[in-house]
Design a binder for this molecule. Sequence first.
Ligand code: PA5
Length: 535
Amino acid sequence: MTTTSTRDSLWHNFQERYLEVSDVGFALDLSGLKFTPTFQAEMEPKVQAAFRAMAELEGGAIANPDEGRQVGHYWLRDPHRAPSAAIRDAIVQTNQRILKFARAVHDGAFKPEKAPRFLNVAVVGIGGSALGPQFVSQALGEPSDPIRIFFVDNTDPEGIDLVVRKLGATAGGLAATLTIVISKSGGTKETRNGMVEMARAYQAAGLAFERHAVAVTQDGSELDKVAVSGKWLERFPMWDWVGGRTSELSAVGLLPAALQGLDVAGMLEGAKAMDGVTRNVDSRRNPAAQLALAWYHATGGRGQKDMVILPYKDRLELFSRYLQQLVMESLGKEKDLAGKTVHQGIAVYGNKGSTDQHAYVQQLRDGVHNFFVTFLEVLRDRREKSMEVEPGVTSGDYLDAFYQGTRRALHESGRETLTITIDEVSPRSVGALIALYERAVGLYASLIGINAYHQPGVEAGKKAAAGVLAVQAKLLAALRSRPGDGMTVEETAMASGVDDLETAFKVLRHAAANPDHGIERTPGASPFDARYRAR
Ligand code: PA5
């Protein structure tokens, strides 16, 4: 039983740690974290240094030293803060063009080749060029939207086929589908492959891809060149000063959202409002600083605990996936800014409550204590009045009770939690959430002294894939040049000058499982004695 003094101290702690920002319809409750009394004061010099670094970044400093570029996602929602008139005008004009293009598509002024109007959009992109648009589309979409959105976000052939078949099954089919290829660099292979496969699908349906294609990319990129020479319908810019995972409020996110019929101005307003609040250098009144401090406290500033994101709202289910990239690609770094090996990061996972209470929340309450939870609470259950599912109780009351019950249960077993509350899921609150986390990540990166804006690990993965394809080319050439009984993995590798036998094994196994390269596999006494030959 809770004694009166415990009750009073919990209530006092809650009031101390509850920060409401009513003009953004937002509150942050950190009362579920066990801050030491001196933590905030000890961290204050670092927080002030992080604010100064952020102000320099917003002022146009080269804040990504490795890539020698500015970091300007904050200008996207407040172009007058851009460091030059050229950047400001580029943002304003692009946003106007996006709205104009979306209007023309909705009005039917921009028509597809063989259908009366566009009814679907297929977004081809990956990472920062897909996760934001996916999150926003699900958070704000309605069945009555003028356009349905589909995503090709991988180089998985079957995954692409499935999207093409789904598009084919819609009312207008592929003929009524606009494909937007999004890639900042314009050279990402997954996206290139998705584009090539989509182009083939249009061709197979007797349609000209270029009459249905739009690009979002940097001027002069490979993708840009394809779009120019192919005379695509439109091209929208990405700029080197916007990072992929902070590009949701650039053309990357605004174009799909505007086409879907979502209120992009509302999203920009919400982000701008949150930026205003999170520029406050009074760290106790700054929710992004408080969030960054909460992460620092909960993880020891070393990522020692995972961040579980638990929104009690179906519409926010993809928020954890979006944040997984924003947080882990930004903070997961080997070196700090001084070049010291630090292996930083915070692991992020989660789906939604109360659904996850029937999945992994059992472990959170009783199992290994290697996480802290971020609850997302949405006050408004639905637009209309709810029915009662039992006397005096609605489904929404249950959702709230499950959130509160889980929060309480976790506290009781000594787990740390924080809660973000928003009034409702709206364009404004979604924009505000994006802005909150973008800034919290930037501030946290400063607290731990790393560059949040580069991604050397992603580049390493791309290089390694290119190496595997080079090995594949050698192995296939060796098999083709030696017809006959075939060769084992070791013999094929030897004949092609490939040292890496494990890669050779996997490449040959994959090649023989598909009809594409004409490779046959005859099983042997063990998996390693199987023989491969070219048909
Ligand atoms: O955040 C990032 O920079 C990455 O995740 C990119 O968004 C991702 O690799 C896709 O890159 P691009 O947009 O250049 O195709």
